[in-house]
Design a protein around this ligand. Structure first.
Ligand SMILES: NC(=O)C1=CN([C@@H]2O[C@H](COP(=O)(O)OP(=O)(O)OC[C@H]3O[C@@H](n4cnc5c(N)ncnc54)[C@H](O)[C@@H]3O)[C@@H](O)[C@H]2O)[C@@H](O)CC1
Ligand SMILES: Nc1ncnc2c1ncn2[C@@H]1O[C@H](COP(=O)(O)OP(=O)(O)O)[C@@H](O)[C@H]1O
Ligand SMILES: [K+]
Length: 483
């Protein structure tokens, strides 16, 4: 599991480490790692390093210092390095001296276009973890004129380090080289960061527990239920699907199919789409009503059930069964309108809510806003539930404070019905007895992997995502074996 730390925690850890490290040593480590990555990118994109041209965009803080020191290292590899100083009087003095000693050139803002036009790579050392807001106009103008691939130092300038929010001019990097530890921006702004490379500067022992986590495929493999010799169809946890209606059977078919592929064992369906579900998935035991559905170890409830009295009664019944519930779509809206329905739930029974931004607004009375980590955390606290906030990046927060971020593999999941597929995955994992935060986090990973495999570079459909779940699980299991 990858750990991610907020900039406040990073700064505190850096202070502790700086106190016991020789002056300039941390920046030297960071800059050396950065220079190596810039050289690698030059080799990948142009076929050589020596004789290539790098332009450094240098802001007034240590981020600019990293870029200047890296420029000095790149000179040793024969790279022609020019530095554009946004605030010459505030540029990192030692870094600037090192670049000058190495034969690097400092060019004025006025002269910078001719150097930027001819650059093979541009290094963004404008601002790092002390960034506030979008790029200022002088920096924005420089960045706008860049055509070459950009290597961002620590993070792409202009993107918020702690939320990944973009609110104006910013850098879009080909590669981001970060130091010591991942920060939230790296998980929440994948589009702007490009490939993220972490350089070890010895910070890890000073960091403590991460603020948020990213599951790797091997983590998913470690928790995904696989039947053993002693298992039968009941022992692995039976999941019940209360979804769909006569008018909207699609949600029922998708959530049920997803559950069929997610785990072995058994899926029950209860609702007005029983006939359609049975004909599409003959292995499902389908009935017309939750009251005669038989025993399950977890319920999925909500997609396509409607938000009227019938839907409310269905939700209330399911919440009262004393088993974990994943409540999605219409169930979220019912809860938002009438939170008393949650009284049917034993507070110790796991509940996963999976709102998209609109459903979040109904649940919380406000939009998630730019800080999606805090938004998910607050909803988890308010509802004493695991909250999976949907979007380009999926954030999963537990009431106990654990948060995970699922960085997407493209935007293929933005297709009608794909949320129903996710719900089926989470429900199956809940039925197998997984911790609800892990179930939602692992479900989101497999969902996005299945989406990418189904798409393979062209748009796909929710049915396509269901069909790709077995391939996704094969990739997951292979990652588990090789870790
Ligand atoms: N503290 C340490 O030990 C280490 C720090 N390192 C580097 O130091 C960086 C942090 O350095 P600093 O705290 O000096 O601060 P930064 O370099 O992140 O930024 C500070 C300056 O940027 C300007 N700025 C803020 N927002 C801006 C915006 N939106 N547009 C343009 N300019 C803006 C501010 O006026 C301020 O002077 C890290 O990101 C990392 O690159 C690394 O060298 C590793 C070691
Ligand atoms: N731009 C995007 N990039 C990546 N994933 C996305 C994007 N938009 C939506 N998703 C994902 O697709 C799913 C959509 O779910 P939902 O909004 O419930 O749709 P539906 O109700 O049609 O099933 C969620 O898992 C969400 O995180
Ligand atoms: K930067």
């Amino acid at each position: 599991m990858l750990g991610i730390w907020t900039t406040e925690r990073i700064r505190a850890a850096e202070d502790r480490l700086l106190a016991v490290t020789p002056d300039g040593e941390l920046m030297r480590r960071a800059a050396f790692g950065l220079a190596t990555q810039v050289a690698d990118l030059l080799a990948e994109t142009t076929g050589s390093v020596s004789g290539r041209r790098a332009v450094l965009l240098v802001g007034s803080g240590n981020n600019g210092g990293d870029a200047l020191w890296a420029g000095a290292f790149l000179r040793r590899r024969g790279v022609a390095v020019s530095a554009v100083l946004l605030k010459p009087e505030k540029a990192h003095a030692a870094g600037l001296a090192a670049l000058r000693r190495s034969g690097g050139r400092v060019v004025s803002l006025e002269d910078s276009p001719q150097w930027i036009d001819r650059a093979d790579v541009v290094v963004d050392g404008i601002v790092g973890i002390s960034a506030k807001g979008p790029l200022r106009p002088d920096a924005a103008k420089l960045v706008e004129s860049v055509d070459a691939p950009i290597v961002a130092v620590d993070l792409p300038s202009g993107v918020d380090p702690d939320t990944g929010a973009v609110d104006g001019p910013h850098v879009t990097a080909t590669r981001t080289v970060t130091f010591g530890a991942l920060k939230p921006v790296h998980a929440l702004a994948p589009q702007e960061c490009g490939e993220v490379v972490l350089v070890d500067i010895g910070l890890r022992p000073s960091l403590g527990e991460p603020d948020l986590r990213q599951l790797e495929l091997a983590d998913v493999a470690a928790v995904w239920p696989i039947p053993g010799p002693a298992d039968d169809k009941y022992s692995q946890g039976v999941v019940g699907i209360a979804a769909g209606s006569a008018t909207y059977p699609g949600a029922a078919v998708l959530a049920s199919g997803s559950a069929v592929h997610a785990t072995a064992g058994m899926v029950r369906y209860a609702g007005h789409a029983a006939e359609v579900v049975r004909s599409r998935w003959p292995e499902i035991v389908a009935t017309g009503s939750v009251t005669d559905a038989g025993r399950v170890q977890a319920w999925v409830v909500g997609p396509g059930i409607g938000t009227g009295a019938d839907g409310r009664e269905l939700l209330r019944h399911v919440l009262g069964q004393g088993v974990p519930v994943c409540a999605d779509a219409d169930a979220t809206t019912i809860i938002a309108r009438d939170p008393d329905v949650l009284d049917a739930r034993d507070p110790d029974t796991p509940l996963v809510l999976t709102p998209h931004a609109g459903e979040y607004e109904r649940l919380m009375g406000r939009k998630p806003g730019a800080d999606r980590l805090t938004a998910a955390r607050e909803a988890a606290k308010k509802y004493n539930a695991v909250v999976l906030l949907k979007g380009h990046c999926t954030v999963v927060a537990a009431p106990d404070g654990r948060v995970s971020v699922n960085t997407p593999r493209g935007s293929w999941l933005a297709t009608a019905g794909s949320g129903d597929v996710l719900t089926g995955l989470i429900g199956s994992l809940l039925a197998a007895g997984l911790d609800p935060w892990l179930a939602a986090s692992a479900g989101a990973q497999v969902h996005s992997l299945a989406g990418a495999l189904a798409a393979e570079g062209v748009p796909t459909s929710a049915s396509g995502i269901v069909d790709a779940i077995p391939s996704a699980l094969r990739v997951v299991r292979a990652a588990g074996r090789s870790s």
